[in-house]
Design a protein. Structure first.
Length: 253
């Protein structure tokens, strides 16, 4: 199977449109369709990025960079209880060079949404370290209710989290941070997806010391902080980026 056919097959197996794949790797939808048709050959880096999103990377795991999340969160809330690590310093320097943050690491005026977008792209939900995919079925709110009744420490994010802050679209992919994935899965009756299987899913991500900070209660559901929801939605699929734009004030819902 050549690269074009491989990408096309994996995309269909994952149940994703060319537009969704394009959003995940930050290219135009026509780029994906032209790659699949064989009209253009992607660079190695782009091919690697696309295949990583589709669950079949070229020789590396491509894990999300939590330091990017920490840097963005600290830029918007310097009092956040997150350590300034060498990795955070690297992101500060990188974003300072393009005018997103100032010399102290604070977000530049008018650049809040751009900063959150960059953080989301550097830490896409599909690449979070330690995350586990389960068979789709229950909604995010149903899962959250199961966690609450079982005393599971959790925080909802993604499109379901965005909807609780400001309703704007349906739920495409339930994603929740939890302290203990095994205990959480048991409490909610989640069934782990078979290795190599694709399609719709529920994803649990272990707490990473940054993303779960600042949780709030919205309509009886524990949700990550607004800025974290925006970061995660920008790093998600389907209409998540649009929901992030709405929460970030870039468009009217």
């Amino acid at each position: 199977m050549d690269l074009a056919e491989r990408i096309s097959t994996l995309r269909r197996v994952n149940g994703l449109s060319a537009r969704q794949v394009a959003a995940l790797v930050d290219v135009a939808p026509t780029t994906v369709t032209r790659i699949e048709s064989g009209a253009v050959s992607p660079s190695f880096d782009l091919a690697q990025e696309i295949l990583t999103v589709l669950g079949e990377p070229i020789g590396f795991t491509g894990l999300a960079d939590v330091d990017a999340i920490a840097t963005a969160r600290l830029a918007l809330d310097p009092g956040l209880g997150v350590a300034v690590t060498p990795g955070v310093d690297v992101w500060r320097q990188r974003w300072s060079r393009i005018g997103l943050v100032d010399g102290t690491g604070r977000v530049a005026a008018g650049k809040e949404a751009d900063l959150l977008f960059r953080a989301g792209r550097a830490a896409r939900l599909t690449r979070r370290a330690g995350s586990v995919d389960f068979e789709a079925g229950a909604s995010s709110c149903d899962i959250a209710d199961s966690f609450s009744r079982s005393g599971i420490d959790y925080a909802l994010t993604g499109d379901a989290g965005a909807n609780l802050y400001r309703s704007s679209a349906g739920e495409a992919w339930p994603v929740l941070y939890v302290r203990d994935i095994a205990r959480a899965a048991e409490a909610a009756g989640l069934v782990r997806k078979e290795p190599g299987s694709f399609g719709t899913r529920v994803t649990l991500i272990p707490f990473d010391g940054v993303s779960e900070i600042g949780r709030v209660d919205l309509d009886g559901v524990t949700v990550v902080a607004r800025n974290q929801v925006i970061i995660d939605a920008y790093g998600g699929i389907d209409r998540m980026a649009e929901q992030a734009d709405i929460l970030a004030g870039k468009r009217v819902g």
